[in-house]
Design a binder for this molecule. Structure first.
Ligand SMILES: Cc1cc2nc3c(=O)[nH]c(=O)nc-3n(C[C@H](O)[C@H](O)[C@H](O)COP(=O)(O)OP(=O)(O)OC[C@H]3O[C@@H](n4cnc5c(N)ncnc54)[C@H](O)[C@@H]3O)c2cc1C
Length: 400
């Protein structure tokens, strides 16, 4: 066992921290207020190799592995605790990785260089008005006609739709390729947002305001065969592969937010006095510092383990997808919760001031909440994954 980051990973972490401290953290309030990540910031991130971090070099990307992208997500979540920039970053890192893994040369050559250059956005589109957890029950259909697929249906709560409209790009979209209700009849497609027959509309969120969340409707939308990822009927599995990776990055971004807020809180309680002494002198505060730090540290190593397992799986065929899903589910289950607990506690240390927009804390609370209500997988779904791996598939609640 070796818990050290390599010298390359340490250098990457240091460089990204410096970039984020100088360019991202000072602008997080602006991003939240203007509901947009500025183009010059995206350009700076692209120049740093931070967009589509996992995109292989042959497609113009930096060719980072999952561990590297996880370290990046922690830094970005730390700098913009509203989570908006982290969402932009992690969707691209997670789903570019899947497009490069399962997509053909043509679609990869068309999409990935633009994502890496900040000239296109790439996200994922699975959730439908009828629900997001039961993916095998997706209603959007894909009908084969000649060398193209015709999509009909509706997706909702999809991140980055207006960004794809503004910059170009689209979403990896899951659709049913045969009637029924099984995960074996699903395809996974790259769907450009400007494809014919697509209409979209924005949902008004409570947080992570810098990135849009929208519905997308498909009305006889033609998608060429070259945009299908992997094999027909394997879409569900490619999607699950992507969720494993994207959930690592989500958890990492939450950890970044939690670490930054705990740092802010510790600084504050050392200088703010009550009853003639700094707040940090009170055992009630000290015990909370210790507890919150301990929980965050535990889940951070869990997530780094998930990233390392994924890299070992990809490079050396070690671990099964289920092994990885089990490890990652623990991280996605607890990283948002522990980070939220930190924000909630630190807001109390700050007292009334934390309830104002003078401090970034309320932005963090609104951002992290998105991961507690379900973004990148509801918490009960993480519990179901864990129980499935521990008790066996026969005990899945929905297995007949
Ligand atoms: C800000 C934001 C951005 C998002 N971005 C995207 C995106 O880019 N792309 C995308 O595809 N989706 C996106 N989503 C949607 C997200 O993936 C879904 O919220 C999630 O999958 C849960 O689906 P749902 O909200 O429909 O809840 P439901 O599936 O209706 O679940 C509701 C509740 O029931 C619980 N539940 C469900 N099934 C079970 C069960 N078997 N046992 C016990 N409890 C259960 C869940 O844990 C949850 O608490 C986003 C969501 C948010 C909030």
């Amino acid at each position: 066992m070796d818990f050290n980051l390599t010298s390359e990973q340490q250098l990457f972490q240091k460089t990204v921290r410096q970039f984020c401290d100088e360019n991202l953290a000072p602008r997080s309030r602006e991003i939240d207020t203007n509901m947009c990540i500025p183009d010059d910031l995206l350009k700076g991130m692209a120049d740093m190799g931070l967009l589509g971090l996992t995109i292989p070099e042959k497609y113009g990307g930096p060719g980072g592995d999952v561990t590297m992208a996880t370290l990046g997500a922690m830094e970005i979540g730390r700098a913009d605790i509203s989570m908006a920039t982290a969402v932009f970053y992690l969707l691209e890192a997670g789903w570019s990785f899947i497009l490069a893994k399962y997509g053909g040369e043509e679609v990869c050559n068309e999409v990935l260089p633009k994502v890496a250059a900040g000239e296109a956005f790439l996200g994922v589109s699975t959730t439908e008005p009828g629900g997001g957890s039961d993916i095998a029950n997706v209603k959007t259909t894909a009908r084969k006609e000649g060398d193209q697929w015709i999509l009909n249906g509706e997706k909702t709560f999809i991140s980055g739709v207006n960004e794809a409209i503004r910059l170009g790009g689209g979403h990896l979209t899951v659709a049913r390729t045969a009637p029924g209700r099984t995960h074996r009849d699903m395809g996974f497609f790259y769907v450009p947002i400007d494809a014919p027959g697509i209409t979209t509309g924005k949902l008004e969120n409570m947080g992570r305001m810098g990135i849009s969340t929208c519905w997308i409707k498909f009305d006889e939308t033609p998608i060429p065969q070259k945009y299908m990822l992997g094999d027909e009927g394997k879409g569900f599995y490619h999607l699950m592969d992507g969720f494993n990776t994207a959930r690592i990055f989500v958890a990492a971004a939450c950890i970044g937010c939690g670490e930054r807020v705990l740092d802010m809180g510790m600084e504050y309680v050392k200088q703010r006095e009550a009853f003639g002494v700094p707040l940090a002198k009170f055992e009630g505060v000290q015990f909370k510092v210790a507890e919150l730090y301990a929980k965050l540290e535990m889940v951070k190593w869990q997530i780094l383990k998930g990233a390392w397992m994924t890299d070992e799986h990809n490079a050396n065929g070690m671990f099964t997808m289920n092994d990885i899903a089990k490890c990652v589910a623990i991280g996605k289950l607890y990283a948002p919760e522990y980070s939220f607990d930190i924000v909630k506690e630190v807001m109390q240390w700050y007292g009334a001031g934390s309830y104002t927009t003078e401090y970034d804390l309320e932005m963090g609370m609104r951002g992290i909440m998105s991961y507690l209500v379900g973004a990148e997988g509801a918490l009960n779904i993480m519990r179901i994954i864990l129980a499935r791996e521990l008790l066996g598939k026969d005990f899945l609640p929905y297995k007949k």
